[in-house]
Design a protein around this ligand. Structure first.
Ligand SMILES: NC(=O)c1ccc[n+]([C@@H]2O[C@H](COP(=O)([O-])OP(=O)(O)OC[C@H]3O[C@@H](n4cnc5c(N)ncnc54)[C@H](O)[C@@H]3O)[C@@H](O)[C@H]2O)c1
Length: 348
């Protein structure tokens, strides 16, 4: 088991390993006394893992309720958010109580925002069950729901009080969703850790999950500790994401986040290589890593058609956009350019 501590505006621990879900009750008691607990889960994760979590809490004397929503990105919406807030209010939860987000990134983002809004803030525990949520979304405090105009447009920064990253949950994760998480793992390798990139670009990753998840979380922990509110370096975590968010939006969210990130990384590397932004060629290695991990390297939409959706992204400011460009494998840089130049690079 690994234990990492985030030093941001608040300090919190992340436990990573097989079986760490068993720590939930004792950690809640130590941190909050005897709170009421609301377990938040989607309709895929609930039949697999909710009962075990609820039973364990009940056995330790906690009063626990469960809110289950329909699985999928379409539930990361103001409607689901407000249903959850109403549920908490009807069940008389208070600011001293705890919301446990047991699920993937959708559950974590939704639960994070609800925990910040309910009575101006109740406690939050992230228990990620997808690889993507373990390596990325459960740590760092970005929460959001989507609006019709785009991804993650309504949200707040809300650090969790605790993250329990139990690798056992990955045993039930479908291969396609596992591959989505690998897109974010490749991203961490690309932006900060060449050894991590090399360790996942070929060979089997399933026998070194604790090592891989810990490496990713450590990078995210360090970046978030230095730039919690995304005013500089944290933007690097968006490598591949400007085009990914455009692809997700154009597909009506039928292309998953991880799949879109894989396509977005390959596309931005191709652009960087072709226009001399990278110090060495990055496209061949990233394309190979993506494909080795069961992801498609090709956007279903031609790049020129993604321009409009890409500039709705939060990385745009006025007539300029900040891109995360690869310098080499394991290093990237931020570059702000005029929208006209970005349009040209996309061939639009
Ligand atoms: N807040 C952040 O910093 C941040 C970072 C990256 C991504 N995100 C967000 O995360 C979301 C994507 O996360 P995701 O890929 O986990 O999506 P998700 O929550 O929809 O989970 C993917 C699928 O896997 C299923 N699932 C999850 N865990 C399972 C398990 N153990 N067994 C069986 N099925 C399981 C879910 O039900 C779902 O069908 C996007 O909305 C993205 O914007 C947020």
């Amino acid at each position: 088991m690994e234990r990492l501590t985030v030093h941001a505006s608040v300090q919190y621990d992340i436990f990573i390993g097989n079986g760490v879900r068993a720590l939930l009750g004792e950690q809640l008691k130590a941190m909050f006394g005897a709170p009421k607990v609301c377990l938040l889960c989607d309709s895929n994760v609930a039949p697999l893992h909710l009962k075990e979590a609820a039973d364990a809490l009940a056995a330790q004397g906690f009063s626990a309720a469960s809110f289950v929503f329909s699985a999928g990105e379409q539930s990361k919406s103001p409607e689901t958010l407000f249903s959850l807030l109403e549920f908490l209010a009807e069940r008389q939860f208070s600011r001293k109580d705890v919301l446990v987000a047991l699920g993937g990134g959708v559950t974590g983002d939704l639960g994070g925002l609800a925990s910040a809004l309910f009575m101006r803030g109740m406690h939050l525990v992230q228990m990620p069950t997808s690889l993507l949520a373990m390596v990325d979304s459960s740590v760092g405090g970005k929460t959001a729901v989507n609006l019709a105009a785009g991804k993650n447009l309504a949200g707040v920064f809300r650090q969790p009080d605790l993250v329990l990253c139990d690798l056992d949950y990955l045993r039930t994760l479908p291969d396609k969703d596992f591959a989505d998480g690998m897109a974010e793992v490749i991203k961490y390798g690309m932006i900060a850790d060449r050894d991590l990139f090399d360790s996942v670009k070929d060979g089997d990753v399933k026998d070194k999950l604790e090592e891989i998840v810990t490496a990713c979380v450590r990078i995210k922990r360090d970046v978030v500790s230095r730039d919690e509110f995304d005013t500089g370096e944290r933007a690097k975590l968006n490598f591949g994401h400007t085009l990914a968010h455009a692809i997700e939006k154009e597909s009506g969210f039928s292309v998953s986040h991880g799949a879109a990130v894989a396509m977005g990384m390959v596309a931005i590397c191709a652009i960087a290589d072709a226009h001399g932004f990278s110090d060495v060629l990055t496209f061949p290695a990233v394309k190979a890593a993506v494909e080795h991990n069961g992801l498609s390297a090709v956007s279903p939409f031609p790049l020129p058609s993604l321009f409009a959706a890409s500039v709705g992204d939060k990385k745009r400011s006025g007539n300029a956009i900040t891109l995360v460009l690869p310098s080499e494998i394991g290093q990237c840089r931020l570059k702000t350019m005029a929208l006209e130049r970005w349009k040209e690079l996309l061939g639009a």
